[in-house]
Design a protein around this ligand. Structure first.
Ligand code: PGA
Length: 275
């Protein structure tokens, strides 16, 4: 039986590169991945590079993502970027709730829920990041943390009082729930060079999928892609790729090197050709 979900590989450039560097990167990367069509490839540059990178990517199969968004469509929100602006630049995806945003910029599950909804409303697919800290892991609380983060991010806000009970979650996200991507990123593995063991990441990805089946339906849960993120590199990626519930990766450090990121893409493609 073929694999149902298309593999997805996302480069999170974080706060790196100016235009000349991005163009140099693209020259190398686009050439190296020209043959890739089974695996979906996505680049998430900083806001300032979305237009430059987006224009180059139009000539390719590679898609564009933003690293963040604000949840209002427009208005007096100095310094923020709206979903409409991202849509205008051709973003297919947006990363929501990355642990760096939770930790350094105070993003709560409530804010993340608003961002997720705003992205879906603008027809931009959200890549929702969840993951436990080292302390939470040591305390054996990983799955509890994942459940709180996912339920919080997907929660449908209650209607104003007097209008009955809140609508079920499925109605809140509607048919677009399949556009959702979840990135399981243990905080202790991000940028540390210490990756999770593939079987441990798989167990948590399976837990997430079972939770999604409860929140949506078994059918939708089977369609939602779950990525692993945290110190992915060409030496450890295959272990993750071979897990049945892991559909690709969100890559930080290794995605800054176009050769290394292209290597990850080729690895995913080879496996997809086999299955
Ligand atoms: P890393 O970052 O690959 O450098 O660990 C992953 C991420 O933050 O998405």
């Amino acid at each position: 039986m073929g694999r149902e979900r298309r593999r997805l590989l996302v480069a999170n450039w974080k706060m790196h590169f100016v235009r000349a560097q991005a163009l140099e990167y693209l020259k190398i990367f686009t050439e190296r991945v020209r043959n890739i069509n089974k695996t979906e490839l996505v680049l998430a540059p900083p806001f300032t590079l979305l237009e430059t990178v987006g224009r180059e990517l139009q000539k390719t199969q590679i898609k564009l993502a933003a690293q963040n968004l604000f949840y209002e469509r427009q208005g007096a929100f100095t310094g923020e970027i709206s979903p409409l602006m991202l849509k205008d630049l051709g973003c297919h995806y947006v990363i929501v709730g990355h642990s760096e945003r939770r930790r350094l910029f105070g993003e709560t599950d409530e804010i993340i829920n608003k961002k997720l909804r705003a992205a879906l409303d603008a027809e931009i697919a959200p890549i929702l990041c969840v993951g436990e800290t080292l302390e939470e892991r040591r305390a054996g609380r990983t799955q509890q943390v994942l459940e709180v983060q996912i339920r919080g991010a997907l929660h449908t806000p209650s209607p104003p009082s007097g209008r009955g009970s809140p609508p079920p979650l499925r109605e809140g996200l509607g048919e677009r729930s399949e556009d959702l991507v979840i990135a399981y990123e243990p905080v202790w593995a991000i940028g540390t060079g210490v990756n999770a063991e593939p079987h441990e990441a798989e167990a948590n990805a399976l837990f997430i999928r079972e939770l999604l089946a409860q929140l949506f339906s078994a059918e939708i849960a089977q369609k939602i892609r779950i990525l692993y993120g945290g110190s992915v590199n060409p030496a450890n990626f295959e272990g993750f790729l071979r897990q049945p519930n892991i559909d690709g990766a969100l890559v930080g450090g290794a995605s800054l090197d176009p050769e290394a990121f292209a290597q990850l893409a080729q690895m995913a493609e080879r496996l997809s050709e086999l299955s």
